[in-house]
Design a protein around this ligand. Structure first.
Ligand SMILES: C[N+](C)(C)CCCC[C@H](N)C(=O)O
Length: 246
């Protein structure tokens, strides 16, 4: 954090943010929309009716994993652009000085498209699907399980229960996702160095060989610290909107 601030000023902490601001609404819409609708299809009950029935954890996990796969493909191009911009660590371009490779999210997308074609925008998507499918199943399982644990039968969880359950769901999901996240980001950056890795397994083995087991938990602390508030608010918004519109 100190080096980022010194080298890139406070703006360094907001690199690559404009695209996720737009994309996270679309990605969460797919994630929660698919999750809710698959759960309705599996249980043949509405969100409200389900409150009064025993929770089927298998259905929750299947619905969460299904949503995880589909949202990964929506997320892939936006996540690639975010990772490429965040890994540009030069200070802001000075007039007449060396220009950074990407001048912003749109220029980044156009450059990748021009150099690698449309498929280039989905670089690292397989690693993203591997990262998000099981961990989003766990995400919804943790949320639904904690809500049930601390809510009397047949009642709606209180806002405090939703906030705490959502926060811990985010932490549980990110703890299990971080090793996959490290590999995913390395695969996404690999396109710049002309294919350092032959594939996901090569990336895993060479990262482990060169940097040891600890490499797979890089970023775990910061991921977990941000995961609680982000997902507490996400689930509170989800429950509020479902309740208002159902
Ligand atoms: C599956 N994975 C752990 C990557 C994300 C799960 C939580 C997603 C949430 N929008 C967030 O940004 O925390």
């Amino acid at each position: 954090m100190v080096k980022t601030y010194r080298h890139e000023s406070v703006l360094g902490f907001f690199k690559g943010m404009s695209f996720p601001m737009f994309s996270i609404a679309v990605v969460n819409s797919v994630l929660f929309g698919v999750y809710s609708n698959v759960l309705v299809a599996l249980t043949a009950t509405s969100h409200q009716e389900r409150r009064g029935q025993p929770l089927n954890y298998t259905h929750v996990f299947i619905a969460g994993c299904t949503a995880g796969v589909l949202q990964s493909y929506c997320l892939a191009p936006f996540d690639l652009i975010k990772v490429r911009l965040q890994n540009q660590t030069e200070p802001r371009a000075q007039p007449g000085g060396p220009q950074p490779r990407y001048r912003g999210p749109v220029h980044c997308a156009a450059t990748i498209f021009r150099e690698d074609g449309p498929r280039g925008l989905f670089r690292g998507s397989s690693a993203l699907v591997l990262r998000d499918t099981p961990t989003l199943g766990l995400y919804f399982l943790t949320y639904e399980g904690l809500c049930r644990q601390y809510t009397p039968d047949g009642q709606n969880p209180s806002s405090a229960t939703v906030l705490v359950a959502g926060g811990f769901a985010g932490i549980a999901s990110w703890i299990t996702a971080t090793p996959f996240d490290v590999i995913k980001s390395r695969m996404q950056m690999d396109g710049l160095r002309q294919g350092k890795y032959k594939g996901i397994l090569d990336c895993v083995s060479s990262s482990f060989r060169q940097e040891g087991i600890g490499v797979f938990f890089r970023g775990l602390t910061i991921n977990s610290a941000r995961a609680f508030p982000v997902n507490a608010v996400t689930f509170l918004s989800y429950e509020y909107l479902l309740h208002a519109w159902e």
